[in-house]
Ligand binder design. Sequence first.
Ligand code: URP
Ligand code: ZN
Ligand code: ZN
Length: 488
Amino acid sequence: MAEPFDCMIRGGRVVTASGTFDADVAISGEAIAAIGRGLGEARRVIDATDKLVLPGGVDPHCHIEQMTAAGVVNADTFATATTSALFGGTTTVIPFAAQHVGASLKGTVADYHRLAEKGAVVDYALHMILADPTPEVIAEELPALVAAGHSSIKLFMTYDRLKVDDERFLDVLLAARKAGALVCVHAENHGMIAWMGKRLVERGYIKPKYHAMAHPRLAEVEAFGRLIAMARLVDQPVMIFHVSTAEGAAVIRQARGEGTKIFAETCPHYLLLDASALDKPGTEGAKWMCSPPMRTQGDSEALWQAIRLGDLQVVSSDHAPFRHDETGKLKAGPGANFKQMANGMPGLENRLPILFDAMVSQGRFTLEKFVEVTATAPARIYNLHPRKGSIQPGADADIAIWDPERAVTLADADVHDATGYTPYPGRVVRGWPETVLVRGTVAVAGDKLQIAPGFGRFLPRSGGEAARPTGRLEAELDPARNFGAELL
Ligand code: URP
Ligand code: ZN
Ligand code: ZN
């Protein structure tokens, strides 16, 4: 007689990015062993009748235990942030190892490894934020760290003490190209934001709602155009983070149409909220302050359309958690102006339920598209697929079992992260992840966490297909007409 499987998820409806079908899922050890009917016996059976069996979400953009350049530390630890991810059906995260000016990149990455190893309950990879790409960092630390499995880099075009000027930006693009890493970018024009912010504050417009005005739409459009031109010059693939405007999405569409290898993401708050959320009494609006800011309902419609067209491939959370008190948003005091308040909102926990409701329950998209933008596409782009982001034999058994009919009212009191609030209080969502498995272990069942901090493992990865240059540069290289091979 055949050896029983360790676990069987029986009677559910399995959803992948390419199809939905009724099947049991058999698990041996940490991996999916078989998918089908009549697979045999198992030591443990999870009844999934009337439930959807989805791959655990992959959230490729979240800030955890990070300190801002202004010295404000995230509310969450790896334990609280990844626990909140799990309760929202997410089983893989890619947070940042954030270098500060003057710091060693190697030392920074080692620090984040220590924090993640101790606290994470889900598996994780790391992006490296380069705030100070010195010649030493570029020549020595970066290639070694990419080779050790950190194959994506984040650069900022704005924020004091984080932004990298165009010349150094090109240095990093070229270094990434050589090392085989994807470059992710926060693309907003710094001068426009600084200039607008200063003029607003000088005139006494200091409330959180003016944050939205201080980040002009044109700042996004200009920076996208400049970024794309730099990426084309070096033929280096880039991922544009948190797209917020219709015009930004149009720039991406045009560049992709011209054959530029760029990827792009947006976040639930740009799809489902607008700038009016910041207009609240006192400093309350600070809870919704993020960069870029939320825009208009028209922008949200354009972003949904960009997802439909494939111009945006991923919806990440950009979880950037700060409490609305003196430890976080109000660190500079209750009378602080919006320029003195930390940017960012919690998002790891609500990303999937809020998107399931908006995409599937409200009929905007298919279940498959929901799985694609929240799990499969991020896993592919960041080269974690097929181990993560899909339900298929051999993949890690990271699975979320959803009740598609369960209605839940989102409330501050129910969040598992350390911010103490949800950006969507009072919103009723239909569809909820009730049981979540990480590598075959039941991690969440109902309202109970069943695994301990430290369960999560590091996922080293190479850059993979997404990070590979198109080859256009080599094809065009002609020593008689241009720089030739010396450029590379
Ligand atoms: O406001 C945000 N998104 N803060 C987090 C840092 C970033 O820009 O991604
Ligand atoms: Zn950013
Ligand atoms: Zn971010």
